[in-house]
Design a protein around this ligand. Structure first.
Ligand SMILES: Nc1ncnc2c1ncn2[C@@H]1O[C@H](COP(=O)(O)OP(=O)(O)OP(=O)(O)O)[C@@H](O)[C@H]1O
Ligand SMILES: [Mg+2]
Length: 496
């Protein structure tokens, strides 16, 4: 078989030689006839087939051309001997593309497609009502005839999909908010967007490295999991509940997630949403590959009881001239069941690849319905700074890596002090020019904090007495308040 290919290749070489020779001696009219004759002749015997992908069809740009350009940019940066560099107007990343008359070999399902980029000058225009670019650009895809079935259209689909992903990754992330209070913009969208430039990443996030790796792995599995979700009949979405004291990095974690996956963020302000149907509309208008965030969910709406029904009122009730008003009011707010439908119901699957993140400082205040398994897939406790997390902060803020005396000095204190990464980073940032002093300040702050904690746990006899005195002063007031409340309640009961 090898010999056959070799003799075919030498035949092609001879033809090319004769073609070039005749080119120099023949008049132009004969040359073009000869060229097309040889082209037809060689295509019959050539083991290869070729596909030309032009930059435009003469009227509109060819999507496939720009996709191929982006697709090849990945390999062009490392494999091409010559590449062109560019930067899109809404992007902060550089893109590489294959330079003119250079080739790149790719591989796909065992086949070796070869790309060549050809830029040629357009011939002088006759009369044209539309100005044409001076250059004609095209990619030529060369492949073995026997691989044709394998590559077309699967390889081209693959090229388009990879290009779409690169395009998405290259553009800046967007942060959407619903501060319009239900009204739509000119394009009928309820969300407003700004470029999302939060610099938090999983590298800058101070937390236990094992926990961090687990979350990162979970996100990666999710992003790559289209087939898995299809196979198991699950909607392609995932929920994370981030809980913990203020300043432990819940918002920073959301930014790190978005930056890691290259997703946009929809920051849903629940207090701006007036009804469950409005909530649904907002959901429909989100795009896939996005993170939908509800911060401080315990403070956003009354999530205490989804079974609670409005008190029934009757038309004969003289104290209530508009009997259904209460019911009406209820439809004008977001309820817990509305929120659960938003994250979990049929509507949540309109679109795909979406992540829901709720944050709270008080997990104990949340309704168990929100916490049940399957609803929020991962509950992530953002805790006070541990030693492992402290090491990350010290590396990022002070440039200290590995063993360090000052760092060792705070190791025994860090758990006892219960300081948040936000507290610690404030101290480090103040002294970032003097790492030694920064760690000394940190040690002093931790000792002070640990002492305060100890005092709360084991107060002195004077402190106990002081506390009792304080309580004694407050008790009559509290009793008075309780009495007032119970009086009010009994009055209400009588009314009803
Ligand atoms: N785990 C962390 N790693 C790195 N930096 C952190 C971390 N936690 C907090 N910080 C720093 O503290 C600042 C505040 O953190 P962040 O807003 O993420 O906390 P939070 O948990 O969302 O607080 P809140 O509950 O008040 O919303 C951040 O801008 C960051 O600089
Ligand atoms: Mg926050």
């Amino acid at each position: 078989m090898k010999e056959v290919w070799a003799s075919l290749a030498s035949l092609m070489g001879v033809i090319a030689f004769i073609q070039a020779l005749l080119h120099t001696v023949l008049p132009p009219e004969f040359r073009s006839m000869l060229t097309s004759f040889f082209a037809r002749f060689s295509s019959v015997f050539s083991p290869f087939c070729y596909f030309d992908i032009h930059d435009s069809d003469g009227v509109s740009p060819n999507d496939l051309y720009s996709s191929v350009q982006l697709y090849l940019s990945r390999s062009a940066s490392t494999l091409a001997s010559r590449a062109s560099l560019s930067r899109l107007s809404n992007s902060s990343a550089f893109t590489f593309s294959l330079s003119s008359n250079h080739i790149l070999k790719d591989s796909f399902n065992g086949a070796i497609p070869v790309w060549e980029h050809i830029i040629s000058q357009r011939q002088a225009q006759t009369i044209s009502w539309r100005p044409m670019p001076e250059e004609k650009r095209m990619f030529v895809l060369k492949m073995h005839k026997k691989d044709r079935q394998v590559l077309i259209p699967a390889y081209l689909d693959h090229v388009m999909a990879v290009a779409a992903e690169i395009r998405r990754r290259n553009r800046d992330r967007l942060l959407y908010t619903n501060t319009r209070g239900g009204s739509m913009d000119g394009r009928g969208l309820p969300w407003e967007s700004v470029p999302f430039k939060h610099p938090s990443t999983f590298d800058t996030l101070a937390m236990n490295p094992a926990k961090k790796a687990e979350i990162k792995g979970d996100l990666d599995d999710f992003a790559k999991g289209e087939d898995f979700y299809k196979k198991t009949g699950r909607a392609w979405k995932r929920g994370y509940l981030l809980y913990g004291p203020p300043g432990t990095g819940k918002s920073s974690m959301i930014a790190a997630m978005a930056n890691h996956l290259g997703y946009d963020i929809y920051d849903l302000e629940l207090t701006e949403v007036h009804s469950n149907s409005e909530l649904r509309k907002l959901l429909i208008k989100t795009t896939s590959k996005s993170i939908i965030v509800i911060e401080d969910i315990d403070c956003s709406i009354d999530l205490s009881n989804r079974a609670k029904k409005p008190k029934p009122t009757t038309p004969s009730d003289p104290s209530n001239p508009t009997p259904n008003l209460q019911e009406e009011n209820n439809t004008k707010t977001v309820t817990l069941s509305g929120l659960l439908n938003f994250t979990d119901g049929l509507w949540s699957c309109c679109g795909s690849e979406r992540i829901f993140v709720f944050t709270t400082n008080h997990i104990e205040k949340l309704d168990p319905a929100l916490l049940r398994s399957g609803r929020m897939d991962m509950h992530i406790f953002m805790s006070y700074c541990c030693y492992e997390a402290l090491k990350i902060l010290v590396t990022n803020y002070l440039g200290i890596e590995g063993e360090d005396e000052g760092l060792k000095a705070v190791e025994a204190l860090v758990d006892e002090a219960e300081m948040t990464p936000a507290d610690i980073s404030e101290i480090l940032i103040k002294r970032r020019r003097d790492p030694k002093k920064a760690l000394e300040d940190l040690k002093a702050a931790m000792e002070k904090r640990a002492e305060q904690k100890e005092r709360v746990r084991n107060p002195t006899s004077e402190e106990v007495a002081e506390e009792q005195e304080k309580r004694a002063l407050e008790t009559p007031k509290e009793n008075g308040l309780e009495e007032e409340v119970s009086k009010e309640e009994s009055e209400k009961d009588q009314d009803s």
